[in-house]
Ligand binder design. Sequence first.
Ligand code: FUC
Length: 759
Amino acid sequence: MEHILRYTKEAADFNEALPIGNGRIGGMVYGRVLRETVGLNEDSVWSGGMRNRVNPDAQEGLAEVRELLRHGDIPAAEKTAFEKMQGINPNCRHYMPLGDLGIDFFYFMENTSAIGNIETDGYERKLDISEAVSYVEYKAGDVTYRREYFISAPGNVLAVHVSADKPGKINLDAGIDGRDDEYDDNRPCADNMIMITGGTGSADGIFFAAVLSGSCSGGSLRTVGKKLRIREADSATLYVSARTSFYECDRGGADPLDKSFETKAIADVRAALGKEYESLKAEHIADYRKLYDRVRLDLCGEDRQSLTTDERLERFKDETNRDNGLMELYFNFGRYLMISGSRTGTQPLNLQGIWNKDMKPAWGSKYTVNINTEMNYWPAESCNLSECHEPLFELLGRVCKNGRKMAKEMYGIDKGFVCHHNTDIWGDAAPVDEWIPATIWPMSGAWLALHVYQHYEYTQDTEFLAKNYYLLKEAAEFFTEFLIPDEEGRLITSPSVSPENTYKTDRGVTGCLCMGPSMDSQIITVLFEAVIKSAAILDKDEEFASKLSEMLKKIPAPEIGKYGQIKEWAVDYDEVEPGHRHISQLFALHPADLITPAKTPELAKAAKATLERRLSHGGGHTGWSRAWIANMWARLYESDMVYENLHKLLGLSTNRNMFDNHPPFQIDGNFGGTSAIAEALLQCTGGEIILLPALPSQWKDGSVCGLKAKGNVSIDISWKDGKLTQARLASAAGGDYRIRYGGETRNVTLGGGSVFLWT
Ligand code: FUC
């Protein structure tokens, strides 16, 4: 079983550097011999405070746009929406780097410049994802150097430990730098301790502090200017902490005199200095493994470990290449990234997880919530990392607060909340970007709320559901007012878009804004159903639930269009780009299960035709889109297509450090790919637990342990020659389960803590 990313060269750029993180603090390790860089992030370093962006003319615009759409005047509807409905400041806040930890190593004599070349032997750079520790090892002259890097969640620090096999050989200068806007301060704050401080802009923006200190055995340690200097040490450890006003000062920097984040950053480093390095490391590994060790996947790959990870990825460009071990590693890497980027009390994974080097990153490295953020969390429950899902619910709470205001001010609706296709750390809910294909889409609050229900379905945690039920209810309440009848009396959204596709009418007019795109109706259907079920579980809101049941009868169901496909829009338009990366009309197939081969065979056939049509027109060209496609094929039990698309995800859309490539780097495809591997092995759809629903023939023998199914069941499965040999289902909560393998179904009732064996 594979857990190691391995390279024999320094990282040439970010796409080769290796990520480490504790959920909140992130690092990108380049492994350079002379001038080492660890790119630093802290997940609350976002560019400024909450913005009020609602367009003051939105309600007037809403009435006009609805009328124009009803009369088919698409260009005029889009023009009006552009002027009157989109946010008056088109963007919410974006994510930013904290800076770089730079370490200059000196090898021969004191004060030798670190710049230049040095001959090394046996250079190796690794990331061991079974322990969440990165290593660099090489020989310079007759000395073997070894470095270890990790970021501890319990310890709240980044640690870089440097050792050598001969005494007195460690000489280095370390400092933090690298934000283009420069820090407010960068100087010693105590003995052998440097602190940087800065702010991210705007009067109510976020302030941050990072502290660097260290210790060494043998040799000397002191500060020189804004650097920490270590000379002639036998071994040395550097520690970096980071804290922000967002966490420490009541969600922002409102009080300029409140410097508690600085005090806390100092305390973190002091606490680390007060421990033995080895015990800090052991504590980190134990904490990490509590989550990582829950799942084990064995695809019986051949031993390819003599090759480096980038060589193995390169070979995936050849479609005939087989390397099950690398798929296993990709799966494990997705779990690693989840644990390293999203822990209880941190911010959710954004477009780059928590790892971003740019002051103005692609798409702001924000939360794009018309697919990308949701995709980040697809493997959270199935891969037994439920608690890593929590930051998303915390953010949704903030979205809800702002979204209530948005519902009222933008749509004149005083019930529930609404959010559009992006949000930021503050939970901004207004339309984002001046871009008609995406901007006016009032659906993300609903989609995100479905994650609350999914978390409940997997964990059966009724207390959680009771606490967060309001998110589901309020997401639904908005639509009880927002939906309008179409000509047939069906209830639809208007205006909206089918993210981010453009249609062409019979008369050759192109447009995006429309009435009742299929995805909206599907999301609303699943949301209303989730609210009705939650209300019953919690024994409340009977009247509201029956109102939703009545409305559900009028929400359009998925329909089949002229190409035998699932219609994307209420009208069976052609797409301007038939290979478009978004396949929103198949939301019903995945992540939802309104369409399944067993329940709705005709619609499943149409879903297949939809995928084939997209793919035959060049679809799947971005990493996340390819990953979604693999999940969808899994839901159709098309195991060869699952494999083919996973193969392409690794071969065509994965950077050398295994990060997903949109391009540029965007982390959603990693999580989507991890989810697709899990979906091939286990599904919970249509009220059934399905064992090995889409097992690719290339994964002939293997086993998986610890996957989760709805109903709080842990499942171990093993198979041989493509056939199930045994499945073990351990139910924590107890309940009735319908389990299926191939054509055989078994109904079992399990008590809490009991086990069922399928042999
Ligand atoms: C959506 C996608 C793009 C990209 C962006 C961050 O707009 O359509 O492909 O992933 O989000």
